[in-house]
Ligand binder design. Structure first.
Ligand SMILES: NC(=O)c1ccc[n+]([C@@H]2O[C@H](COP(=O)([O-])OP(=O)(O)OC[C@H]3O[C@@H](n4cnc5c(N)ncnc54)[C@H](OP(=O)(O)O)[C@@H]3O)[C@@H](O)[C@H]2O)c1
Length: 304
């Protein structure tokens, strides 16, 4: 509600965030008050990995719609390019604590995503955390009906994603940057605090802006959608005041030069063997996802 009052119209949701009911209540309240109409808003949600089996996709989307109290989404994304075992648990693990994959193929899941557009449940579909190779698989899928409208990826000055952004934009796929502030609360005592970077602070001071505003503006000038998160009303307002200044070419270059391929949502991929997946590859990956975040306080190892 604070965000709508501050002028935000794009809301980035996901089943796995486990807060779609509350977000839906806020939206409904603001619509009821007459502050906004549904068509003024751009509501995004994401298919969680336990719903990658084709027959489960529509139900997952309907659950999200019911929680958000909406009859359509503007954009629905496949949250990650791999599935987990279907079931109630968001992160199913075996007795060794290893995540249990599903033997689904992103191409089949994508077909079910396409059906959501035809059923009128979503206006557009996209992907999240997909790399170049995974996107190519979708774009080259025989009988592809709708290409991904958007790829939502981690992006900030420590992970500038130049190649992936250029590739997506060259294919007409809009890019959304998540963790644009480097998620400053993610680890206590961490040294990689993007908001404290001296170069970012220096640029911010020159424009009489805050480091957060510079980090957000950076994406706007790259034609990248940006979704900073805050639960603090004054920060919500602060993060929206990014349309009254412009970073110079030199400042943009300086910010891009900070890249160090550092991730908040870290995915360590190593080669292995895999017979389960129908992927046309002889290699397999062990993806080790060490993430301390709001929906996952455990270490998850994912075999895909
Ligand atoms: N597709 C995916 O896999 C994926 C993964 C991660 C995130 N996302 C999306 O991206 C959104 C943003 O990412 P994120 O929440 O991980 O990271 P983020 O936006 O980089 O950082 C959020 C953190 O920054 C703080 N913050 C916000 N504005 C600030 C300001 N002006 N000054 C100082 N601190 C500020 C927030 O604190 P307070 O809230 O306490 O104010 C919060 O702790 C998420 O909400 C989610 O929708 C998507």
């Amino acid at each position: 509600m604070a965000a709508i009052d501050a002028g935000y119209r794009h809301f980035d949701c996901a089943y796995v965030y486990q807060n779609e009911n509350e977000v839906g209540e806020g939206i409904q309240q603001k619509i009821k008050e007459g502050a906004v109409k549904r068509e003024d808003l751009f509501i995004v949600s994401k298919l969680w990995c336990t719903f990658h089996d084709k027959p489960l996709v529509k139900g997952a989307c309907q659950k999200t719609l019911a929680a958000l109290k909406l009859d359509y989404l503007d954009l629905y994304l496949m949250h990650w390019p791999f599935g987990f075992k279907a079931g109630e648990e968001l992160f199913p693990t075996d007795d060794k604590g290893m995540s249990i994959p599903s033997n689904t193929d992103i191409l089949h899941t994508w077909e079910a995503m396409e059906e959501l557009v035809d059923a009128g449940l979503v206006k557009a579909i996209g992907i999240s955390n997909f790399n170049h190779e995974q996107i190519e698989r979708i774009l080259n899928k025989p009988g592809l009906k709708y290409k991904p409208a958007n790829n939502q990826i981690e992006c900030h000055p420590y992970l500038t994603q130049e190649k992936l952004i250029n590739y997506c934009q060259s294919k007409g796929i809009a890019v959304t940057a998540y963790c644009p502030l480097g998620r400053p609360d993610r680890r206590e005592g961490s040294s990689d605090v993007l908001l404290d970077d001296p170069k970012i602070k220096e640029i911010a001071a020159k424009h009489n802006k805050t480091p957060a505003q510079v980090l957000i503006r950076f994406h706007i000038q790259r034609n990248v959608v940006v979704i900073p998160k805050s639960v603090t009303p004054q920060r919500i307002v602060e993060n929206s005041k990014v349309f009254d200044f412009e970073l110079t070419k030199e400042e943009m270059a300086t910010i891009l030069s900070l890249n160090r391929n550092w991730r908040v949502c870290e995915m360590i991929i190593s080669l292995g063997s895999n017979e389960l997946l129908p992927w046309p590859r002889t290699v397999h990956y062990t993806a080790c996802w060490q993430q301390q975040d709001r929906y996952s306080r455990q270490r998850h190892s994912i075999c895909t």
